[in-house]
Every structure is written in C-alpha cells, then in structure tokens.
Write a protein that binds this ligand. Structure first.
Ligand SMILES: [Zn+2]
Length: 245
C-alpha cells in the first residue's frame, strides 16, 4: 500500500473529531450533475441556449421558470432516486466509530443523510427541500421530477421555490457559521473530491488550525500544497484503503 495512504489511515485510525469537506467529485463520480453542472457546460449551452450559470441564477428562475424547471428535472435530477456510493458509506463509518464531527458540502443531494450521517451541513441547500413560499410545506426531489411543467404546491397552487441557493442569492449565514465553527474545532480536516482552491475549501480551510489536513482528489491542482497529506487518483479506491481499519 502507498505510504501516504498508510499514513492517512494511521492518522484517522488514531484520531477523532474529524470534519469532512465533501467535494463535487464525489457527486460526479456517481453520475449526478449538481446545480451548475460545470463539467458539461458546453452540452448545456447547446441544449438550452443559455449557459449553466445563467439558468441556475435567481434572475433566470424569476423570468423563465418553465425552462428553469426543465433544466432542474433533466440536468440536476438526472438520476432517479440516486443511491450513496462507497464514499458516502465510508464517511458514515467514521460516524459509527465516533470520529465524525460534521460533513460540510456544497452538494444538494441527500446522499450523506441517506447513508446515515446525521450532522450534514449542506451549504447550498437540498433538492429535497423545495418549499411553497406561502404555506412553507416542503417537497422532495421526487415530487419535482414527476411534476408536469412548473411544480406547484398541492394546497396553494403556487410555484415552488427550489430548495437550493441560486446564483446571485445569499447563502444561509447560519449554515456557514456552523460549518466554519466545526472546521475551527476539528482535529482532522479531511477533504475528499475537491481541490483546496475549490469554492468549498477556499473559504473553509482558512478556519482550520490543526496540522492534519488530509486531501484525496482525482488530480493535483495549484493551491493543494497547503494540505499536510495528499494523494491523487481514484477517490473511491483511495478512500477505501484509508478506511481499511
Ligand atoms: Zn402551499
């Protein structure tokens, strides 16, 4: 086994109070696109006539709700009832070993919760928390996916608000401070499937005071040097090796 992965394994096996920053590569790995679908930006523009950033914006939602919801159903909810991968279950294993303090992610899918994780901070909200602006009832992703045209509240008959933040909207301050507090108090900061300069890590990593910043990602990128331990390759395989205790 690779010595770096062996070192990571020993740190995790011997430590606790871990905060996981769970990146978008975990989401892409199971074939989900996320909200802005950066990895298929060209295809989106060809198909919808607008860029992914335009469609996923609050202005676009307000003006072109029908097209926005078509994109929501086809691109964001591209997989019916997605299931957690071995990475999600590996993070849950950390919780079972009483090592996990929190999972912080920009992913809008409920897969960490589905795997059993309890303290999950979804900074950008969730596809399973679409809300009626009037009665505040929540609707899950299945309701959106199977609705015709613009999904409406069954009771009020008015269009639902998507459960995640759109570009141009403020993020939830409460969630950001919960996440930054968790990172500040963490003994081990475990970054999986994101580069240090990603929108998720750039902001969060600066709160970490320890010397056990572990990074697992597909390939090396500028800015990753600040991680204390890092490995690149297939994130499922690497994480399985690190969690093999
Ligand atoms: Zn309602």
């Amino acid at each position: 086994m690779d010595q770096v992965l062996e070192n990571m394994k020993n740190i995790i096996r011997g430590g606790g109070n871990i905060v996981v920053l769970a990146g978008m590569n975990i989401t892409y790995d199971i074939g989900l696109n996320g909200v802005t679908a950066e990895h298929i930006a060209y295809d989106i523009e060809q198909k919808y006539g607008y860029s992914n950033d335009e469609i996923a914006s609050s202005l676009f939602y307000t003006r072109r709700a029908e097209l926005f919801y078509r994109y929501y159903k086809e691109v964001i909810l591209n997989i019916d009832d997605p299931q957690p991968s071995s990475i999600h279950y590996g993070i849950y294993k950390l919780q079972q070993c009483s090592k996990l303090s929190a999972v912080v992610t920009r992913s809008v899918y409920s897969l960490y919760k589905k795997a059993g994780c309890s303290n999950v901070i979804q900074l950008h909200g969730s596809v399973d928390e679409n809300i009626c602006p009037r009665c505040k009832r929540l609707y899950d992703s299945g309701y959106i996916k199977h609705s015709k045209g613009i999904p409406v509240c069954e009771k009020c008959g008015i269009p639902l608000r998507p459960g995640f933040s759109l570009l141009g909207e403020m993020l939830d301050n409460g969630k950001i401070s919960r996440a930054s507090n968790a990172v500040e108090n963490a003994s081990i900061l475990l970054v999986i499937g994101a580069e240090i300069n990603s929108p998720l890590c750039r902001y969060m990593v600066k709160y970490y005071k320890g010397d056990k910043l572990i990074l697992l990602n597909d390939k090396e990128r500028i800015g990753d040097e600040c991680a204390n331990y890092r490995a690149y390759g297939n994130i499922r395989d690497m994480f399985a090796q690190v969690m093999d205790f």
